[in-house]
Design a protein around this ligand. Structure first.
Ligand SMILES: Nc1ncnc2c1ncn2[C@@H]1O[C@H](COP(=O)(O)OP(=O)(O)O)[C@@H](O)[C@H]1O
Ligand SMILES: [Mg+2]
Length: 326
């Protein structure tokens, strides 16, 4: 375990930034993933792009591989909680999945009173709010303290370029975005996923602090777990041991997620508005090291990087001939 920094420096000049494959289906470009949809299948290419404050701020070597493999690791653990979308992993950066109808809701779970963005539960609490996404919060809580129970704090899934907005079970049902039955079934599934994730994290010396799920609708109208689960992009993890120490010393817990990149951007005065500062290679390498460490710590497996040119490799693994990087 552990990765050579020289090797990461070399990879900085050939990260997977964008793709435009022919013959894979209709292309949809997300912040992090390029998806190609053909009939009932979606091919998801996880690029090395990193998004902070809902803005793509650059690329991080090997991030696509780490995230794709972390998601596959977790989908394997979903078991009989619910059906999931993953069909196969034909390349370190690629997943083949079942194309599903979208629920315009993201199911966010929060186990701790933390966060720093404008929509985070700590920001609201610090402002004096004691009601958050339909849940009432007790008085006298400290920053980063564990919530009495994990809370489902849904957001509406915003269209490209917009920020997701906080909402509540009541609001979503009243506005007809989702039926009561479907919401409650989704809450049951995602609640069980969060418990599963927390238990696993605990067994690895970590705390799964909060996370976000997306659910789709399958062909028979059933709910399907889609997108990614419990990855360092969709979740916040802290080390269990240093958490206790940090709380008693009133410091921030040691995080193994993209908080590092967010903090660096914050130090440069970037909070999501205007053009982001370019990430120096030093920061990109350190972020890569942390993504890899997160994968290894979470999974207990060592990360095997594939250093071949990603576009050529993906084209070969997917059986395509023509390919290009715009
Ligand atoms: N099985 C699936 N069926 C349909 N859409 C999916 C599925 N899995 C993931 N998606 C969608 O693919 C996109 C993934 O790309 P991403 O870069 O994460 O996008 P975003 O910028 O919206 O976060 C998301 O819009 C997600 O909702
Ligand atoms: Mg996403």
């Amino acid at each position: 375990m552990g990765i050579d920094v020289k090797f990461l420096e070399e990879l900085c000049s050939r990260t997977l930034q964008s793709t435009d494959f022919e013959g894979l289906g209709e292309r949809h470009v997300g912040k992090v993933r390029d998806s190609y949809v053909k009939g009932k299948e979606r091919t998801i290419v996880v690029t090395d792009r990193v998004s902070c404050f809902d803005v793509v701020v650059g690329t991080i070597p090997l991030k696509g591989q780490v995230l794709n493999q972390a998601a596959a690791f977790w989908f394997d653990k979903v078991g009989d909680i619910a059906p999931h979308h993953l069909l196969g992993v034909p390349d370190p950066c690629v997943s083949r999945v079942r194309e599903c109808g979208l629920l315009p809701v993201e199911f966010v779970y929060r186990g701790y009173l933390t966060g720093s963005t404008s929509t985070s539960i700590w920001t609201a609490y610090e402002r004096g709010e004691r009601s958050y996404c339909g849940h009432s919060l007790p008085e006298g809580m400290r920053r980063h303290e564990q919530l009495p129970t994990a809370l489902l704090t849904p957001t509406t899934k915003a269209s490209a370029g917009k920020h997701d907005e906080l909402t509540s079970r009541g609001e979503l049902i009243a506005s007809g975005v989702i039926s009561e039955e479907l919401y409650d079934e989704a809450a049951r599934i995602t609640g069980a996923l969060f418990e599963m994730g927390q238990r696993w994290a605990e067994s690895r010396g970590l705390i799964l602090v909060d996370t976000k799920y997306e659910l789709g609708i399958g062909e028979a109208g059933e709910l399907v777990v889609i997108d990614e689960i419990h990855t360092p992009d969709s979740s916040r993890y802290w080390y269990r041991e240093s958490y206790e120490r940090a709380m008693s010393e009133e410091r921030n817990p040691e995080a193994i997620d993209k908080e590092y990149v967010r903090l660096w951007l914050g130090e440069q005065g970037f909070k999501g508005e205007g053009p982001p500062p370019a990430l120096p290679d030093e920061v990109r390498c350190e972020a890569a090291r942390r993504y890899i460490e997160a994968f290894e710590q979470i999974s207990g497996r060592s990360f095997e990087p594939d250093e071949e040119d990603p576009i050529a490799r993906i084209a070969r693994n997917l059986g395509l001939d023509a390919s290009s990087t715009p």
